[in-house]
Design a protein around this ligand. Structure first.
Ligand code: AKG
Length: 250
């Protein structure tokens, strides 16, 4: 179900494994530098009525800017503001670029931003998930009334590179299946009660600074709460299309 080597990507793309570690994406020192530089930066909260426990973000995400199944227009303002704020954090700009280069290598394809009506969307949102994330899945096509992206793809993946990790906890847990209709009875906000995954096989990944995880986010997954330090990462969702072309967004 899981592999340790980016050469396992074919297995991930074919659905034979659900997640692969991507080792040594970014130097430890660069992650530390980015964390230091972001100390004075204001993070926003994901919508707290939907996202409990709370998750903080620096940069917009499509799923946090939707209203009644449609992307809100202030998404574009938030994106422009993030790009400007990032200009004053060279270490973060470098990290984003290193992460994308490595992702393209692992996928064996060039990457481009996903678009909405021809306009590039944002990829590379920094997230602090220190209190954990409940069992959920990510699928842009079902989060909105219709897929808001111009691109169609066969699989959505999540690529996460860790910039800071706690001493204890913070593992990413991925279960052996995607959501089923019956899970909806146990919906809480953006996710589900823990009982939906009772007795299911799972794999657990301990985050490491500078290392990455690429996984099928259409599988149920969660993040364990952290103790003893922040858990901060940079995230790209990846839409892999037929013929392996890929687009990214957050
Ligand atoms: O931070 C992680 O390890 C995974 C977070 C998550 O839920 C996701 O990327 O969909």
């Amino acid at each position: 179900m899981s592999g340790d080597d980016s050469s396992n990507y074919s297995k991930l793309a074919n659905g034979e494994v659900d997640a692969i570690r991507v080792a040594n994406v970014a130097p430890f020192g660069l992650c530390e530098e980015a964390m230091r530089a972001m100390q004075g930066i204001r993070f926003d909260w994901y919508n707290k009525s939907r996202v409990v426990p709370p998750i903080a973000r620096f940069g917009p995400t499509l799923n946090d800017f939707k209203k009644r199944g449609v992307l809100r227009s202030d998404y574009w303002t938030a994106m422009a503001e993030t790009i400007t704020r990032c200009e004053s954090i060279p270490s973060l700009v470098e990290l984003r670029s290193i992460a994308l280069t490595r992702l393209a290598e692992v996928l064996g394809t060039s990457l481009r931003s996903a678009t909405i009506n021809g306009r590039d969307v944002y990829g590379g949102t920094v997230r602090e998930i220190s209190a954990g994330a409940r069992v959920h899945f990510d699928n842009v096509a079902t989060e909105f009334e219709v897929n808001p992206l111009d691109q169609q793809f066969v699989r959505q993946l999540s690529f996460v590179v860790y910039l800071a990790v706690p001493r204890v906890g913070g593992e990413t847990v991925i279960w052996d299946r995607g959501p089923v209709e019956a899970d909806e009875r146990k919906r809480v906000g953006y996710g589900y009660r823990e009982s939906v995954v009772a007795n299911l096989a799972c794999v657990k990944f301990r985050p490491l600074v500078g290392h990455g995880l690429l996984f099928r986010c259409d599988r149920l997954h969660a993040v364990n709460p952290s103790t003893g330090g922040r858990r901060v990462s940079i995230n790209f969702f990846v839409g892999v299309a037929v013929g392996r072309t890929a687009v990214i967004w957050s």
